[in-house]
Design a protein around this ligand. Structure first.
Ligand SMILES: [Zn+2]
Length: 247
């Protein structure tokens, strides 16, 4: 039995009860975190798991609301005496910066540090960069302000969930979302590098997904307006992501 859980659902500005967007994907062999927003440690405890259980961390892009707490997560794993290796996945440019960030905290001097592997996702994407019994995750670059990947997650025999990450509408997003069961679509607003709820509805319709969940939206906006804007262009089910919502 697998689980796809939204740990945080806010855009770059969180509020009490709604943290920056980050996700947890659990399957038979893997516990995958996607991005590392504010306070990931408490969120994992709230989810009934622990930082020691996480096998893989995917960093979608190097913006502070997606990677800002990564050093804290790694330090806490070390303080909790983790011994299992952790694999961090991302584009080369993202992983280079992640490593630099950890170097600022002199992590090479943390005695008894557990092994961390870096898995580079090629610029033209990767099929099954995480692949284990029960779960396959593919990545393609989407169109944000800096190099960014979107994800297609197949929980074998159960469902396909696409996470757009931060992006404006683009061809690779259509590929990632094609006929998915659920499209988890950023809705930060119109303009360069992002998507509005209306555009999210259009993408959901074009790709033939069954359900649209808006995420990474301005949590201070009126919820009904956001939902109505998306529903204008998509006749399927539309929901707003919330922290701790199971997809
Ligand atoms: Zn971003």
């Amino acid at each position: 039995m697998s689980r796809f859980l939204i740990l945080g659902s806010a855009n770059a500005v969180p509020k009490p009860g709604q943290e920056n967007t980050h996700l947890l994907i659990e399957s038979e062999e893997k516990v995958v975190m996607v991005d590392c927003g504010t306070n990931p440690v408490s969120k994992l405890v709230e989810a009934g798991t622990s930082i020691l259980a996480v096998t893989d961390l995917v960093l979608t892009h190097f913006h502070a609301d997606h990677v800002g707490s990564m050093p804290l997560l790694i330090m806490d794993m070390w303080l909790e005496k983790r011994s299992d290796p952790l694999t961090i996945h991302g584009l080369q440019v993202t992983l280079d910066k992640a490593r630099q960030l950890l170097e600022l905290f002199s992590w090479e001097n943390w005695s008894g540090m557990f092994p961390v592997n870096f898995n580079v996702i090629p610029d033209d994407g990767a099929t099954g960069f995480i692949s284990s019994s029960g779960c396959q995750i593919d990545a393609l670059q989407v169109k944000h302000l800096i190099p960014t990947i979107g994800l297609r997650v197949e929980l074998t025999g159960e469902r396909v969930i696409t996470y757009s990450c931060d992006t404006e509408p683009c061809d690779n997003l259509l590929t990632l979302a094609s006929s998915a069961d659920v499209l988890l679509m950023e809705s930060a607003g119109p303009g360069k590098g992002h998507t509005s709820p209306e555009q999210a509805g259009m993408i959901a319709r074009e790709t033939g997904v069954k359900k649209l969940i808006l995420i990474h939206y301005d949590s201070r906006q009126d919820e009904k307006i956001l939902l109505d804007q998306a529903a204008k262009n998509f006749s399927g089910q539309v929901l707003l992501a919330k922290d701790m919502l199971t997809v």
